[in-house]
Design a protein around this ligand. Structure first.
Ligand code: DGY
Length: 323
């Protein structure tokens, strides 16, 4: 007897080779070979008939796209922990499962958060530029003085798995951990971290603010002028979550005036078309959304999706199912 045909799937971006190899063994896979960022209409056209749609945070999976791919579409698998780019209500309404990649990227994201904290506090961009451009006049007692981390309050907005992985690393640098979260953590998860029920209350204590809360429609623009003005003068802002949580005008004007000492940003509103003013500010350290960008992490993210889809096909509910 002939083997049943493989289910159809569409891969919207190029995934690391080990993941693509596994996907090709399981699906009749159509691939967006040039790795371009496709608009929903283009995905609707190219993914027609697919039962699984693989996306990343760069693809907007809106109601129109979900409707267009229904009824053949059974699952959307995103190579990201964030799922603010997917209309979950529409997926639910059309009976489509949605899987993501929590946990396996927490350590990698926490590493990038610490890289941004260190580079913002210790003026990494200016230091690199000075050496690279041949403008280093030699060691000087007053050169590139930054902010030390020992004893500083690291205030984490969003104390989920990534937030806690950041806290673990920051403790080793001698920082005091404070956090604001929808819910207070258990005593075991909280450890010595101080919980603030009010965001403004936490901001008032921050030497360094790290934004690690998930992106969402409600979170958009929530770190605005009013909230930034709660930070003590000379605070540092780091964002590894979603760029649109921060109001760019407010952050840029606080960086220009020096009220905020520096920022470290891995994520931006409207990526990759970031607000161009960031490019010329010497007190920002910029990285291009590389929180989870290690080989091991991206492979683990791929495996998590593959295992989850395998479970779903056997009628089981995987732990990384959102809808
Ligand atoms: C995530 O996993 O959500 C990262 O931001 C990459 O998209």
């Amino acid at each position: 007897m002939d083997a049943p045909p493989l289910p159809q799937a569409f891969l919207s971006r190029r995934f690391p080779a080990p993941t693509e190899t596994q996907l090709k063994a399981r699906y009749c896979l159509r691939v967006n070979t040039d790795d371009s960022i496709l608009k929903p209409e283009a995905i609707a056209e190219r993914a027609k008939g697919a039962s699984v749609l693989f996306v990343t945070a760069t693809e907007q999976v809106d109601e129109t796209l979900i409707k267009a791919l229904s009824p053949s579409l059974k699952a959307i698998a995103t190579l990201s922990v964030g799922h603010d780019h997917i209309d979950l209500n529409a997926a639910r309404a059309f009976g489509i499962r949605v899987l993501h990649t929590p946990d396996v990227l927490s350590d990698a994201c926490a590493e990038i958060a610490m890289m941004l904290v260190l580079n913002a506090c210790r003026r990494g961009f200016e230091a690199d530029r000075m050496v690279r451009t041949g403008n280093w006049p030699g060691w000087a007692p007053t050169q590139l003085l930054g902010k030390g981390l020992v004893g500083a309050n690291l205030c984490i907005l969003g104390m989920g798995r990534i937030g806690r992985a950041i806290a673990t690393r920051a403790r080793a640098f001698g920082m005091q951990i404070q956090y604001h979260n929808r819910n207070r953590l258990s005593a075991q998860l909280e450890g010595d971290a101080i919980f603030h029920a009010s965001l403004e209350g936490m901001l008032a204590c921050a030497d360094v603010l790290v934004i690690a809360a998930p992106g969402s429609a409600q979170a958009k623009g929530s770190i605005n002028e009013t909230r930034l003005s709660c930070l003590p003068k000379g605070a540092v802002v780091v964002n590894i979550s979603r760029g649109d949580i921060v109001d760019d005008n407010a952050l840029i004007s606080a960086l220009e005036s020096g009220r905020i000492f520096a920022a470290g940003l891995d994520v931006f509103a409207n990526e990759p078309e970031i607000d161009p003013r960031y490019r010329s500010l010497p007190n920002v350290f910029l990285t291009p959304h590389i929180g989870s960008a290690t080989r091991e992490t991206r492979d683990a993210m791929g495996w998590l999706l593959i295992d989850g889809l395998d479970k779903l096909s056997k009628g089981d509910l995987p732990s990384n199912l959102i809808v």
